[in-house]
Design a protein around this ligand. Sequence first.
Ligand code: DAH
Length: 347
Amino acid sequence: MADLNELSEKLSSIKAEIKAELEKKETSKSVFEYRKTIFDSKTGKIGSLMREMGKIPNEMKAEYGKRVNEMKAWAQDMFEEMDEKFRKEEMKHRYESEKLDVTMPAREIKIGYLHPNTLIRNRIVDIFGSMGFEIYEGTEIETDYYNFTALNTPDDHPARDMQDTFYLSDKFLLRTQTSAGQIHVMEAKKPPIKIISPGKVFRSDDDATHSPMFSQMEGLVVDKGITLCDLKGMLDEFVRRIFGEGTSTRLRPSYFPFTEPSVEVDVSCFQCHGKGCKLCKGTGWIEVLGAGVVNKKVLEGCGIDPDVYSGFAFGIGIERIAMLKYGINNIKLLFESDLRVLEQIRE
Ligand code: DAH
């Protein structure tokens, strides 16, 4: 910059350019964009004037700086004025075009609800929780040992065929039953034991009442003097609270390798109260779970003396209870997340 006259000329020409450009603008957005280009510290006209300060001889620096700053303040005012003008117009336009109809009905807010499976699981946990059961949550990947061998189901035991297993390797599998949790608990803790263990289980099984993944709730009580009577009393209380007053249980002999004796537990039909209906297939009874007295071999394997302690165990299918309670005839409906189905089921 040779002299200050040259600067004056330059400033005047920038001012003229800004004025001319601003006159062409029609929106606050375009003013904003233009402002950015002018003030950009690297490429903008005003930005570059500031950068040139370094090349100005010392004796001219003060005057140069003063004029450039005046120019900057002028430009800022110009931009602000234009911005305000357009904003006012734009707001006015918006208020005019956007009409608010306060008589319109409100938009419906959809509230989420708990899934039927979750409702039932929570209910069962509450019931057993109130009887003093603690919760043990096992893992979905188990070893063959915990899922079968320690439950008195060694290799080539025919009972292994009762459950079609997804093996991950020779040693690891997706647990087929929450019963695996019994062993972990008995290995870690000595009696008295009183736990429930809810969780997902997996079997290669697929039809209207079976799904490859479903949920179970295991129960285990071990202490001195525990008998099948204790099991029956506790189950009566359980079905009364889940299916309603007046329901009771009946035990039928069955077989599970880890219980001896083993029982299949039926609940008296909560729909027809024993007269016989479609739900209970005319029998007055509905099968709900498997249970039994813990096999002495299982206790022994976990280091619990079967001559001192005894226990009972039970396994409940959560989906089965949900299907019975809510009248669902296909287990898939519980996994498809179809809101038309789920919205019908509330606590
Ligand atoms: N684990 C069994 C199953 O999945 C259910 C069962 C039966 C669990 C009897 C138990 C029991 O604890 O005692 O078919």
